[in-house]
Design a protein around this ligand. Structure first.
Ligand code: ACO
Length: 383
């Protein structure tokens, strides 16, 4: 019997590949997409440009940008069968279940779904970016028994998402807020969902199967689902003055405070800092009483958690913590937060698939077996 190996539970600290897509510096709280700091992209770029950058490894020229955005606009409408599917599911299932099913269905419209050439994969991802935003919007409409709104080609990608969801063309500030969320969620190295995408891609399955795997993985509250869970917690707290008592009791009961902690960041998540900055800007624009209340709760929870667990345990706010109040500035329902995350992350997932297929290796880790061996088989009548 050989000696028990070191087991890295949750693949903690295990390198699985080299990548030039994004760098997460968890000790210093920094993030770069293809070498550009998240702050510079959040302040100066837009989601279309960021997606192009992630997928192609460089910022687009004016001509490339025009072609890329044209494709997104042309592809953002949904096929009738997909609209019908969303309509059937939207009032019965969680929007992430709708997103997973509808995204999987998109394979039906691809005449060459198994083509893994980089140009073909990139093209499929552009379609997936375009259509997943519309799936999220249509799901929001049908959940409220409203009609599907076709895309408006005069709008940018994320502003169009908001228009398809609300039926109202967003103003400049609203467009900036939703675009910011799309940029911040576009990529984050080999986290659980990206790894899940790559595990499926490594079998040489098609890109629809790979991204559908990612959607299933993103759904969980320890990962992408934390944004919705954090908002639910703020709503459960209700009155800002209950915040400290609620958190104290939750921690005593060994519960996790959603929107805090991260496997890699042992300091403030730089994306959370950016969301918080834009929330401050939103406050200057007289938001609803609900948003003001949520923000008060969020700031009190942040202060308490940072004092209690920041320096001692390295548990700080992550991107999902302030996302809820910011989405509520835009009137977006909590159930749609994670589907928006999917629509945005499609760019990151797609970039990783293209990169991984450039040097594919089947993912197949090992387990240390601790069960029995050579048990005598007993026929069922004698058991
Ligand atoms: N609230 C309270 N305690 C926490 C939290 C939290 N949010 N996060 C971690 N801890 C504690 C754990 O209870 C554990 O304590 P112990 O050592 O006394 O047992 C310790 O910190 C380490 O926790 P692990 O789960 O082992 O650390 P890991 O690196 O696996 O956790 C994770 C990362 C899963 C994100 C965790 O911090 C968590 O559950 N956070 C809440 C969910 C969340 O916000 N997820 C979104 C992450 S960002 C994203 O995916 C987009």
């Amino acid at each position: 019997m050989s000696a028990k190996p070191v087991i890295n539970y949750g693949l903690d600290g295990i390198y699985v590949d080299e990548s030039s897509i994004s760098k997460v510096d968890g000790l210093n709280g920094k993030l770069w997409y293809r070498g550009y700091s998240i702050e510079s992209l959040a302040d100066q770029s837009n989601y279309e440009e960021v997606s192009y950058l992630l997928l192609n490894g460089k910022l687009p020229s004016s001509k490339e940008y025009e072609e890329f955005t044209k494709k997104l606009k042309e592809r953002s409408d949904l096929p009738k069968e997909v609209i019908d599917l969303i309509k059937v599911m939207a009032t019965k299932s969680h929007p992430m279940d709708v997103m997973r099913t509808a995204t999987s269905m998109l394979v039906m419209y691809d005449k060459d779904p198994n083509n893994r050439e980089p140009t073909s994969t990139l093209d499929k991802i552009v379609t997936l970016i375009a259509k997943t935003a519309s799936i999220a919007a249509a799901t929001g409409r049908f959940r409220e028994n409203k009609e599907y709104i076709p895309p408006d080609p005069s709008l940018g990608h994320s502003a169009n998402f908001l228009y398809m969801l609300t039926g109202k063309k967003p103003n400049e500030f609203e467009s900036k807020l939703i675009d910011l969320m799309f940029i911040l969620h576009a990529e984050h190295s080999t986290n659980a969902s990206t790894f899940s995408v790559l595990v499926t891609a490594s079998t040489l399955a098609d890109v629809y199967s790979a991204t559908t795997s990612g959607i299933g993985t993103l759904k969980g509250p320890l990962h992408g689902g934390a944004d919705e869970a954090a908002l639910s917690m703020m709503n459960a707290i209700g009155d800002p003055k209950n915040t400290e008592k609620y958190i104290e009791e939750a921690l005593e009961g060994k519960q996790r405070i959603m929107g805090f902690g991260h496997r890699i960041y042992k300091t403030y998540d730089p994306r959370a800092k950016i969301v918080r900055r834009f929330l401050d800007e939103s406050l200057a624009k007289e938001p609803s009483d609900e948003v003001k209340r949520l923000l008060q709760i969020a700031l009190r929870a942040e202060k308490m958690m940072v004092e209690k667990l920041g320096a001692t345990k390295g548990i700080w706010p992550n991107v999902d913590f302030f996302a809820g109040p910011l989405y509520r500035v835009l009137g977006i329902d909590g159930h749609l937060f994670t589907p928006i995350f999917v629509a945005s992350r499609m760019a990151g997932w797609g970039s990783h698939v293209v990169e991984y297929w450039g040097n594919n290796k089947l993912v197949r880790p090992v387990e240390w077996y601790v069960g029995s061996l050579d048990l005598p088989y007993v026929p069922i009548a004698q058991r």
